[in-house]
Design a protein around this ligand. Structure first.
Ligand code: CA
Length: 119
């Protein structure tokens, strides 16, 4: 039995298209937020240094990061701009969508937990 949906007033009988569009923009806004945070010098682009510094968390190796960076850098400028990133992520967002949504949920859970433990 799983009836843990007390927070949603009405369940999912409305259009699925709407909810998937909502999820997409939710993922995108998180991704733009990531870009803003990763862009240390605020020029609206990610250099490989910025990219590496932000994403080098042990999940991807330096080589993998380098490969990913050049995959996204379609203009070969050694800088990822918003356009390139949007292009890349909108093509691959299907794969990342769940991750991004999960990350946001995780953030919320952490914030909630912190609020609860901090008395
Ligand atoms: Ca930058």
């Amino acid at each position: 039995m799983e009836d843990s949906r007390e927070t949603s007033p009405s369940s999912n009988n409305s259009s699925e298209e709407l909810s998937s569009a909502l999820k997409l923009s939710k993922g995108m806004s998180i991704f733009l937020d990531i870009l803003r945070r990763a862009d240390k010098n605020d020029d609206g682009k990610l250099s490989f240094e910025e990219f590496k510094a932000y994403f080098a968390d042990g999940v991807l190796s330096g080589e993998e990061l380098h490969e990913l960076f050049h995959t996204i850098d379609t203009h070969n400028t050694n800088n990822l701009d918003t356009e390139e990133l949007c292009e890349y992520f909108s093509q691959h967002l299907g794969e990342y969508e769940n991750v991004l949504a999960a990350l946001e949920d995780l953030n919320l859970s952490i914030l909630k937990a912190m609020g609860k433990t901090k008395k």
